[in-house]
Design a protein around this ligand. Structure first.
Ligand code: TXA
Ligand code: MG
Length: 326
């Protein structure tokens, strides 16, 4: 667990331009001083992330907003009041002086006040904004434990604060709140419905003028092993037939019955949406580590409460080809 002196050490590292990974309620973040472009440069290098991708600035409290944004729209005000601290990121018009290193050169900045007590203690003691993308190498599976962060980065991070496993398990909901009607840029634990209800206006569809959210690229959150999503019956068939062709298969399934076969890595995923999300990245990492030829994931219900998890799974699968097509 994290002590006061760990927090002091982390603050000192951030102040001198170093990198500190820290837990949030969504996933672990790889943090740098958001007011120090050199530190953010290090962050991009460690992640292997292209420089035009904006990063989220994390704050301890709403009183810090005016340093980062020049306009808080009525929708943003309502959303911040309801969901902060928590798993929601708001995109707003940036204040003068906010560095291009943070915004990727856009006129907007992404902000979040996380609720995790370690993140909060760090942000409060640091006093400024902490730029923090998810603590994974670019395009890969996000980290929900300190161990996963260390596996991703080794020595290229100065300190990893271990605050246990992230509660939510998937990245924050991102809402462009620059206009009269909010735009959902990335689904998350805070649902589209909750956003509409709180903002009091319907969501607008993403349009050409919306800020880019490059981390929402089609292929993202991907294990190294090819990953395919399929219905339970097809999954059972493939899980039985591929091993006979000498292929090793890893499975993430909620309801399908596990065939009694050797050479099969099988994770029984939770039925509940929140529990599924909580375990998702640890499960993908475990399946990836099994070193199989393919990861088969049982298709989930296409319902609003599964939107965020389906979004992550679809992106994890986007770069993969079926093993039989080889
Ligand atoms: O839950 C989370 O949001 C985690 C934790 C650490 O807070 N962070 C996270 O950061 O997921 P990252 O960098 O992996 O994803 C942030 C996404 C990216 O898709 C980025 O392009 C988008 O937010 N983003 C950041 N600032 C933006 C802006 N000004 N306009 C549009 N998209 C923005
Ligand atoms: Mg990310």
């Amino acid at each position: 667990m994290v002590s006061d002196s760990d927090i002091d050490k982390a603050v000192a590292i951030l102040k001198r331009g170093g990198l500190v990974a820290f837990p949030t309620e969504t996933v672990y973040g790889l943090g740098a001083d958001a007011a120090n472009p050199d530190a953010i440069g290090k962050l991009y290098a460690a992640k292997g992330r292209p420089a035009d991708h904006p990063v989220i600035v994390h704050l301890a409290e709403v009183a810090q907003l005016p340093q980062w944004v020049r306009e808080v729209t009525p929708a943003a005000q309502k959303l911040a009041q309801k969901f902060w601290p928590g798993p929601l990121t708001l995109i707003l018009k940036r204040a003068p002086g906010v560095s291009d290193a943070v915004t990727g050169g856009q006129d907007t900045v992404g902000l979040r006040i996380p609720s995790h007590p370690v993140a909060h203690a760090l942000l409060e003691k640091f006093g400024g904004g902490i730029a923090a993308p998810s603590a994974n190498r670019f395009g890969r599976v996000s980290a929900t434990t300190a161990q996963h962060v260390m596996q991703e980065f080794g020595d290229s991070v100065d300190l990893v604060l271990d605050g246990g496993q992230s509660e939510v398990g998937i990245e924050s909901t991102i809402v462009d709140a620059t206009g009269a009607r909010p735009v959902l840029l990335r689904p998350g634990h805070v649902s589209a419905r909750e956003i509409e209800q709180t903002a009091g206006v319907p969501l607008a569809a993403p349009h050409g003028g919306s800020p880019r959210a490059p981390g929402t690229l089609a292929a993202h959150y991907a294990p190294a092993t090819p990953l395919m999503i399929m219905e339970g019956d097809l999954l059972l068939e493939l899980a039985a037939s591929l091993p006979r062709q000498g292929k090793r298969v890893a499975v993430l399934a909620r309801s399908a019955l596990q065939p009694l076969l050797s050479g099969l890595t099988w994770i029984a995923a939770p039925h509940d949406t929140n529990a599924y999300a909580h375990d998702l990245y640890a499960n993908l990492r475990a399946l990836d580590a099994a070193g199989c030829d393919a990861i088969l994931v049982e298709k989930l219900p296409q319902q609003p409460e599964w939107a965020a998890v389906n979004d992550r799974l679809d992106r994890a699968a986007a770069g993969s080809r079926p093993p039989s097509a080889s």
